[in-house]
Design a protein around this ligand. Structure first.
Ligand code: AQP
Length: 330
């Protein structure tokens, strides 16, 4: 069976963007692939996180993974920092990555070009840690949202470079970007991605939002004065975003949604989108409340870390051998 790997960085509460762009796909893929899904807590701290809040976000994220339908019998689910080999391989890959490559990573470039001060070294090199997350399991595929594709491409470059330099070691992964829902936009600024770190932003729907709050956010989504339900992300980004949300959650094509609502006013369409969003959130939240205080989470993470560590450790030993770091064969 081919292997697929992905992770989410709970640097805040998980959003509808994370659900549509990532989580719900993991659930579909777990039947057809050997699925490895982790909580990327080491990536969270590339930007300062309040420890208490971080711990809560991590716990909620595991509960949400399960609430959205990830099944620990089918997928390996674990906390990144529980498998120390990620960070060890990360360092080795960092030594096989050029600064020029990291300078070209959009997330770093965007922040640096805005003159953001206080960017950490961890933030700068995090694409190499992400490469380690992927390459340590010899993943065939990595499902990502549009914005993360560049990181998988860097992982491919690093894998090829390492294989050429030290002989065949890593499988070269392929990114998988879905056609619909790869980039859900903020409801208050549809030209900007819906991001979990936009705390308190009414353009961001969190999976644990109160349903009335979520409904209000959809109803006050920024649209346009054209007054037609068209899928036109350039001229009607707000409406196109709502169409995309509806299509993703209902499993319908963009064309089908447009056809169905083309004679509706914006208010009526927003109400239909709000209904679908609230229906999705209410199902997830019901299951979340059943598991958040059970001992299921601890068991899942312990079991997942054991399975992941077995694979990661074997790979790290192989890499260390190739690089010449060991003296005696282990
Ligand atoms: N708005 C989105 N639309 C579609 N997919 C999304 N993803 C995130 N936001 C959207 C996808 O979810 C996966 C996990 O992402 P992540 O949380 O690890 O990182 P991120 O993309 O940096 O998410 P945020 O919410 O924007 O985080 P912050 O605010 O901390 O920077 C990825 O596959 C991602 O593409």
């Amino acid at each position: 069976m081919e292997r697929m790997l992905s992770g989410i960085k709970p640097s805040g509460q998980l959003t509808l963007g994370n659900y549509i762009g990532a989580l719900r796909n993991f659930v579909k893929y777990q039947d057809d692939y050997e699925m490895i899904v982790f909580i990327a807590n080491l990536h969270c701290i590339t930007v300062y996180q309040d420890p208490k809040e971080l711990r809560k976000n991590l716990k909620d994220a595991v509960a949400l993974y399960l609430a959205c339908g990830l099944d620990p019998e089918k997928a390996i689910i674990f906390l990144q920092s529980d498998v120390m080999e990620h960070a060890q391989l990360g360092h080795i890959l960092c030594c096989n990555t050029y600064m020029g490559e990291l300078n070209r990573m959009t997330q770093y470039k965007d922040k640096a070009s805005k003159g953001e001060t206080g960017l950490t070294a961890g933030f700068y090199v995090y694409p190499t840690l992400m490469a380690a997350d992927i390459l340590i399991y010899d993943a065939d595929y990595v499902p990502v949202g549009e914005d993360q594709k560049q990181h998988v491409e860097l992982a491919r470059d690093i894998a090829n470079r390492f294989n050429n330099r030290y002989s065949e070691t890593f499988r070269v992964p392929e990114p998988v970007v879905q056609k619909v829902g790869a980039r859900i936009m903020s409801l208050s600024d549809p030209n900007k991605k819906m991001s979990k770190s936009d705390h308190g932003d009414k353009g961001c729907i969190y999976l644990l939002d109160d349903l009335n709050v979520a409904r209000k956010k959809v109803m006050s989504a920024v649209t346009d004065s054209i007054g037609m339900i068209n899928f036109d992300p350039v001229n009607q980004p707000g409406i196109s975003n709502l169409i995309q949300i509806m299509a993703s959650l209902n499993g319908e094509s963009i064309e089908k949604v447009v056809e169905k609502y083309k004679d509706c006013g914006y208010g009526e369409f927003k109400k239909a989108v709000a209904d679908v969003v609230c229906d999705t959130l209410s199902k997830i939240q019901e299951r979340y409340h059943e598991i958040i205080n059970s001992n299921e989470l601890e068991k899942v993470l312990e079991e997942g870390a054991k399975k992941a560590s077995y694979l990661a450790h074997k790979k790290l030993l192989k890499v260390q051998r190739k690089v010449g770091l060991d003296i005696f064969k282990k």
